[in-house]
Design a protein around this ligand. Structure first.
Ligand code: KIV
Ligand code: NA
Length: 262
């Protein structure tokens, strides 16, 4: 695999070629992901759940994120590495810039933040300063306490319209990628069609430009595997086989199936 940049991903979208994204938190998995040729690695704050055993991503700190980003970067020199800004690390514009800088210096190529219109100016400031941003709409786990649980978002017409508006606003502000989590498949399809930046889905149906899974979910290691995931390790019997099968299934459109969506 050639070194992946934001242009690689835009080109894939413009050719209608779907690409896989997967989370990683350490150098060993990151190395395997590079070997298999998966374009994008997300150092997600899901590490709060799967590495730390927390019941949400709220306790995850900037120090936690920087530590895992640096490990993932050491294992992989080809994939594009996205790092989550954790809970409250971008509450103010000042904090967003300081903390995004720290993750970039730890080895990230892009930062991700959760939310819509309120992040308009933050995204502009980061983009202007040379920091690519990935947006994240739909189920935004850092807001679980305000959302009142892990639920599908954008089900009614008003919420769907709002999400489409937020997605366009984020694009105008300068995001280079967008994650949609737990969104009805039809809405995710519409947003993917209307944006020119690649849209990455998780629990968002088969019609986004890319898919992402938490690596421990697709290896069957998580105690509660979500409905939208699939155990690729059980199907293949090796870590490399599981990652290869996931990448192939995303590229040929066989994952996710209708049973994984909302
Ligand atoms: O933290 C994470 O792993 C994520 C993905 C589920 C999109 O944000
Ligand atoms: Na996350």
């Amino acid at each position: 695999m050639k070194t992946v940049t934001i242009h690689t991903l835009r080109d894939l979208k413009s050719r209608g070629e779907k690409f896989p994204v997967i989370t990683a938190y350490d150098a060993s998995f990151s190395r395997l992901i590079e070997q298999v040729g998966i374009e994008v690695v997300l150092v997600g704050d899901s590490l709060g759940n799967v590495i730390q055993g927390q019941d949400s991503t709220v306790p995850v700190t900037m120090d936690d994120m920087a530590y895992h980003v640096s490990a993932v970067r050491r294992g992989n020199s080809k994939s594009l590495i996205i790092a989550d800004l954790p809970f409250m690390a971008y509450a103010s514009e000042e904090q967003a810039m300081m903390n995004a800088a720290e993750l970039m210096q730890a080895g990230a190529h892009m930062v991700k933040l959760e939310g819509g219109a309120w992040l308009e100016h933050t995204v502009c400031l980061l983009a202007e300063r040379g920091i690519p941003v990935c947006g994240h709409l739909g189920l935004t786990p850092q807001s679980v306490n305000k959302l009142g649980g892990y639920k599908v978002q954008g089900r009614d017409e008003q919420a769907a319209e709002m999400m489409l508006k937020d997605a366009k606003l984020l694009e105008q502000s300068g995001i280079d990628l967008l994650v949609l989590e737990c969104v009805p498949a039809a809405l995710a399809k519409q947003i993917s069609e209307e944006l020119s930046v690649p849209v990455i889905g998780i629990g968002a149906g088969a019609d986004t430009d890319a898919q992402v899974l938490v690596i421990y979910d697709m290896l069957g290691l998580s105690p509660k595997v979500p409905k939208f995931s699939r155990n690729f390790l059980a199907e293949t019997g090796s870590l490399e086989g599981a990652l290869n099968a996931y990448a192939a299934a995303v590229r040929d459109g066989s994952f996710p199936g209708p049973e994984h969506g909302f």
